[in-house]
Design a protein around this ligand. Structure first.
Ligand code: ACO
Length: 401
């Protein structure tokens, strides 16, 4: 039944569903998610297989274009991205204008939006060729901006990267290379980063993706829509949870590691404290990404020879939650962000960059969803409301109020 017939048949009835808990906003062929069974698939491929066997760039191609690339397609994609990795020198003046205290998510969102001024043709996506060029430009320049945001925070000189490296390794170089020193990195670090980016690459109509589609539905350009998505991701109930988790684990450690005390706080309805990294709108079972990340966290710490007491605190909290009726009854399990911060920390990524890492991973998903929205010629997103204010009031001059 189409929407006009439905509205006609119901006398224009508006459904109200705060938080869109039961409302589908679109049809999508990108990501399948079964929250009851804990299943996640990109374009039909299981997240477990992709995380183990694919590279982030292959997954980006899969999400955006619908199929895993052949070697020839992958090489071309990689080459096209590298050809667009230059960011206009004047963009650095904008970066310089931020105070050092600026949160990297704010910097990333602003710089992504500023990219439009330097790439005005990016708003033309009517032909397949223009759409491809715009997508490739963003995939190329986004890691540069993310690395700039981190270097700004650390007051370090910028690094120009090295196009002979792979996408993820080059990102790592732009973030970590030291001036006048040969850049070297442990393979375990790049593998872990690749895996984390893949696990964050798409998650159907979450808050930031819905924002990207909603903003794009007014035919705002791709860069503007992604800039809005970054802001949506920033919040602690969404992508910002990865930063909030590590801060929570740290404060539990500082407070003597008494996990029971914090479990009690999380259950106390008078206390605003929530167990960050727990619970999910859709998963009412284990988040499959959390399972993979938990194993990866153990592996990375072992391979790099790091002992992090917050990993034990996290495992302790998880164990207690799985045995606690408050969490069991509400089907609250660890989500993707419960263990990701522990890996980021082991990779020397500053806490304020955690959500930026999420954004880097989510970029192909946002792009794929935006492209699908445009190609499906979706109408402008414009929900209705149920008005609860005053009916009609006579205006009174200020002297008579
Ligand atoms: N700690 C304690 N209690 C919780 C938690 C938590 N982390 N999450 C949910 N609950 C409780 C709620 O208090 C509520 O209890 P009630 O039924 O007694 O009122 C019940 O579980 C349902 O929670 P809602 O907030 O209604 O669930 P919703 O689907 O709206 O929210 C959300 C999901 C935002 C993820 C929530 O679980 C939360 O705040 N988690 C912590 C933040 C977090 O980890 N966010 C990352 C999500 S994943 C991502 O975006 C990448």
């Amino acid at each position: 039944i189409d929407i006009k017939t439905l509205r006609g048949a119901t006398g224009g009835v508006t459904t109200i569903d705060p938080g869109y808990k039961n409302t589908g906003s679109c049809q999508s062929a990108i990501t399948f998610l079964d929250g009851e069974e804990g299943i996640l698939r990109y374009r039909g491929y299981a997240i477990e297989a992709l995380a183990e066997k694919a590279s982030f760039l292959e997954v980006a191609y899969l999400l955006i274009f619908g199929e895993l690339p052949t070697q020839v397609q992958l090489d071309k994609f990689d080459k096209d991205i590298k050809a667009e990795s230059h960011v206009d020198e004047d963009m650095k003046k904008i970066l310089d204008g931020f105070p050092k205290s600026a949160h990297p998510m704010g910097v990333l969102s602003a710089l992504t939006s500023a990219l439009i001024a330097f790439n005005p043709s990016s708003v033309n996506v009517d032909s397949e060729e223009d759409m491809y060029r715009t997508i490739v430009k963003l995939l190329a320049k986004f890691p540069v901006l993310a690395a700039w945001a981190m270097r700004k925070k650390k007051s370090q000189p910028l690094d120009y990267g090295d196009n002979s490296l792979g996408y993820v390794e080059n990102l790592h170089k732009m973030m970590f290379a030291k001036p006048n020193e040969e850049y070297k990195v442990d393979k375990a670090v790049i593998d872990a980063l690749d895996k984390l980016l893949i696990l964050h690459a798409d998650h159907e109509q979450n808050c930031s993706t819905s924002t990207v589609r909603m903003v794009g539905s007014s035919h705002a350009g791709l860069f503007a829509s992604i800039s809005s998505g970054i802001c949506a991701l920033w919040g602690p109930l969404h992508g910002g949870a990865n930063q909030a988790v590590i801060e929570m684990l740290e404060s539990i450690k500082e407070d003597g590691g008494d996990t029971k005390k914090y479990m009690a706080k999380a259950k106390d309805k008078e206390d605003p404290f929530r167990l960050m990294g727990f619970g999910h709108r859709v998963y009412k079972n284990f988040d499959p990404r959390a399972k993979i990340i938990k194993v990866a966290a153990d592996d990375v710490l072992n391979q790099l020879g790091i002992e992090d007491p917050v990993l034990d605190i996290a495992k302790g909290l998880e164990k207690e939650a799985l045995e606690d009726s408050y969490f069991v009854d509400r089907k609250l399990y660890p989500n993707v962000d419960f263990y990701s911060g522990i890996i980021y920390r082991a990779l020397d990524i500053p806490v304020e960059m955690f959500t930026v890492m999420f954004a880097l991973g989510r970029l192909p998903g946002w792009i794929a969803q935006w492209k699908e929205m445009r190609e499906n010629k979706e109408p402008i997103g414009r929900p209705r409301q149920v008005y609860t204010g005053e009916n009609f009031r006579e205006f009174k001059e200020v002297s008579k109020r």
